[in-house]
Write a protein that binds this ligand. Structure first.
Ligand code: GLN
Length: 196
């Protein structure tokens, strides 16, 4: 059986991640055997080699993770996690909002909605460390930033306001939304780090 990639499907831009992972998997040559599946329970998570936590509303996703008893299964998940925007908030170890119970998978402090009202949403071409070719066209929507990182976390990109992309072992966390464009380089790099 081919590899299975899960997308946490409690709230947020789930279908965009599914499409982006299909495209990235086929570019990596395993499109015909791999599957991308929606994850709503620990049973769904079992057998996945990697999991995406999409953008959306992190307070809502956090509440639904608790409701669906997914906090411990995700914390103990052996595969890589690809966390975007609200997902970046959830995988952090420290979050500036007490309504969120962080998963603590990436040692970093994160501020939600860090760009303020004027720049709630914007797009920017940002260089990403180790990503060959042009800068990545990043779409930020009420995005967070990391304000501090532990020693084992590698910064991949930063903007004036703070750190917007990190890698930690097999995990990748991005403040922006790579699933909204056609550029799947970051999805592909994540899959590669997961051995997929
Ligand atoms: N501001 C949202 C949050 O912190 C994230 C926005 C997004 O995922 N686009 O929940």
């Amino acid at each position: 059986m081919g590899v299975k990639v899960g997308v946490l499907a409690l709230q947020g831009d789930v279908s965009e991640h599914i499409d982006a992972f299909f495209a990235a998997l086929s570019r990596r040559g395993c499109g015909s055997t791999a599957t991308v599946t929606e994850v709503r329970s620990s049973q769904d998570l079992a057998g996945c080699a990697a999991l995406a936590i999409p953008g959306g509303e992190s307070t809502t996703i956090s509440r639904l993770i608790e409701k669906n008893q997914l906090h411990e299964p995700i914390r103990n998940f052996p595969g890589g996690i690809f966390a975007t925007c609200a997902g970046m908030v959830l995988v952090a170890s420290r979050v500036d909002d007490p309504r969120i119970r962080p998963l603590g998978l990436v040692g970093m402090a994160v501020d939600r909605n860090a760009f303020g009202r004027q720049r709630e949403s914007f797009e920017a071409d940002i260089p990403v460390d180790g990503l060959p070719g042009q800068p990545f066209h990043a779409v930020f929507i009420r995005a967070p930033v990391a304000t501090a990182i532990d020693d084992n976390v590698r910064v991949l990109a930063r903007v004036e306001q703070g750190i917007v992309a990190v890698e930690c072992g097999k995990h990748m966390a991005l403040a922006f939304h790579p699933e909204l464009g056609r550029d799947t380089r970051l999805h592909e790099r994540f899959l590669q780090a997961c051995g997929i």
